[in-house]
Ligand binder design. Sequence first.
Ligand code: DPP
Ligand code: ZN
Length: 875
Amino acid sequence: PQTVYLKDYTPPEYLIDSVELNFDLDEQNTLVESRLCMRRNPQSTDPGMSLILAGEDLELVNISLDGKPLAEADFAITPEAMTLHRVPQDRPFVVNIENRINPKANTALEGLYLSGSMLCTQCEAQGFRKITWFLDRPDVMTRFKTTLTADKSQYPVLLSNGNKIGQGELEHNRHWVGWEDPFAKPCYLFALVAGQLACVADNFTTMSGRQIALEIFVEQHNVDKCTHAMQSLKNAMRWDEETYGLEYDLDLYMIVAVDHFNMGAMENKGLNVFNTKFVLARPDTATDSDYEHIEGVIGHEYFHNWSGNRITCRDWFQLSLKEGFTVFRDQQFTGDRTSAAVKRIEDVNALRTRQFAEDAGPLAHPIRPEAYIEINNFYTLTVYEKGAEVVRMLHTLLGAAGFRKGCDLYFARHDGQAVTCEDFINAMEAANGVELNQFRRWYSQAGTPVLTVSQQFDTQAQQLRLTMQQSCPPTPNQPEKAPLHIPVKLGLLAPDGSPAPIVLDGRQHEEITLNLTQSEQTFVFDKLARQPVVSLLRGFSAPVNLNMPRSLEELAFLLQHDSDTFNRWEAGQQLAVKVIFDLIEDLHQQRPLHLNALVVKAFNGLLAEEGDDLSYQALLLALPDESYLAGQMPVIDVDAIHHAREFVKTTLAHDLLDDFERVYRIHHRDESGKFSADAIGRRRLKNACLSYLNQLESGASYALAKAQFEQARNMTDQIAALSAIVNSHHPDKAECLDRFYQQWQREALVIDKWFALQASSHMPDTFATVQRLMQHPAFDMHTPNRVRALIGAFSQANPLHFHAKNGEGYRFLADQVLALNTLNPQIASRMVTGLAQWRRYDGKRQELMKQQLHRIVATEALSKDVYEIASKSLA
Ligand code: DPP
Ligand code: ZN
């Protein structure tokens, strides 16, 4: 397979000013007619006369140039492209193409495909070339006019981008609908949908007083699950006006929910296509987290209308330009709508457990990658989540107002263009009169920097000297790293826990953002009568690994007193990390385990607190995930991590039984259907207590879980109870799982939860259960959500059993990857990442994982997607 390089970018040789598409839709035999109005790109430097159009899996019916049919000798077709040997250079010309496609055979879910009985498209990144021959690259922006013709009973609803411009009846029970999108767009933003869909309608009045029709299309049986999505859309539209001054541009905004979707959702102009998972919600079917994710993803896709659609990417190496920025925007939105403290912690938690692992492994790449074999493999945590952190650092460095000025300039300068990350930084610089040269390295350098901090207090001089060193481990093709510009937000605490003044270079602050730009720098703080406790990297002001030795006492102090909500939580996490690693050492030395009394005391304090952000309090009680702990270990010992962590949890439950029960009871009430911060927080806190109590495996804990399972009238409480039951030796486990299945068998998204819960259980029989579930009638390899729920959950959220010593988990995963490879390469390659981290494990597991990777690479007819991930993992 071929590698594509950023350094090889050249402007397109031709442009497509407009395109008219006619689809004669049919499940197995769709006819596409395309009329391309083209001309030579004045910026192109290529002297050739030929035109190359990308196209895959297409059957040509007709082709003509300026109305004249082309002869065999005038063009050539390969599996990936069509070349017209000679096209006019000095004037516009028209290419007419007719081709056939088979949506039903399209199991890769790229291009036009069938989801249930509905036809829909996914074109990002390069799916449009599976619909018709085209200049399938984001810097070719075109005005689209689309006519859809289909059987009226089978496909009563026919949708595409923009505004509806006509419709009519045809003979033989057929009909047509015409659409026109007034905004030029790259073809990856094209979409069409056809099917029997119910429409939930509403409207929104923009800040300039325009009425926008809002329409959500779902299958009839789901119309009762759209209220939250619709409200989320309106919230997002208002928020973007208020926060960024950005208004919606078309008169219509449509969202379609489909069951079969490779990603979460897609921001096609005026016609978003969504995975049902991020649209459908009813209190009894969706959890509080589901509700929040739906609002977040609806916001994300809506925000793309400016950061992505109006201004798009020049090439796919610039993906983070739209994704990092848009993730940052959706994070801000969710933070404003819910609890900013909780949202930040959840995002950092995900970043540190998952993106940091990616950045430390064989697949590490900068947020602006320099090479790819298959671009679909670069929709990564690095491009998205680290990309968002980089934008967040700009926000921190420039301040909210400065950042907004930069955004305003970026949108004004580049509206209607396809641009680069460089253009984004340039706008930030120009609007703020600053220079960000060193900051640019965040775009080109991979790997998570390590920030090592030491402190020295001089009682005589009343001075604190803080020395910070930065380094970054080597990553593939980047052995040496240059220092980065790292914003380090800092506060000081006096010994009584109150804020201590920060006096730096004669100026006093309450909180300060230090600019670390060199590999080593010392900051001196004056006028400190007594040694303060340093609260460093507040709000997680940079995506780095912080290495600052602290005692358990100091961490407990920060957990009690830090006014920065992130660092307060972080102190608790690091306290638990330290204790768990000490226990792991005891396990290795075969010493008996004892839990440090300081931890029990700290948790006792947390349980006695009466704060007003209950969701935050629930997070304070959560122990670090096993995968986060794994990331901190030089050679990952999955068993020891699991046992040490379980020991802490069980001991806390045992020692603080009364407290957990008391807090559970205080907050246990039926508030189903209520989604106030308070109601959500109560459910979170109560269910955190349930999870501890469940450790006890007592008659009382079994009864508590069972009662909650039976009485729950909302999915948050029901699934929390079932999770407790599944992760214990509960005598009624089989019965409860069966009842849950019977209750929800018609709700695909709930059944996904049922699969995922069993696949991620830490109970000993889990692998056998997973194998059995693969044979369950409700399991389906063609449905990405189901694959992620069973195979994904087992291989990515169950370290204990996936990494079983005998290698059965690895062999199982490789079997599934190979089965998926022919059906859906994108999903297959996502599953391979379970094996990518093999270097982090002991010698025996390394061998077993490598064996499976070699087996995958050696397979014939391997997709580019899977080949790239598997071969790079071994490199
Ligand atoms: N649909 C994906 C997203 O919104 C890719 N653009 O991130
Ligand atoms: Zn996106």
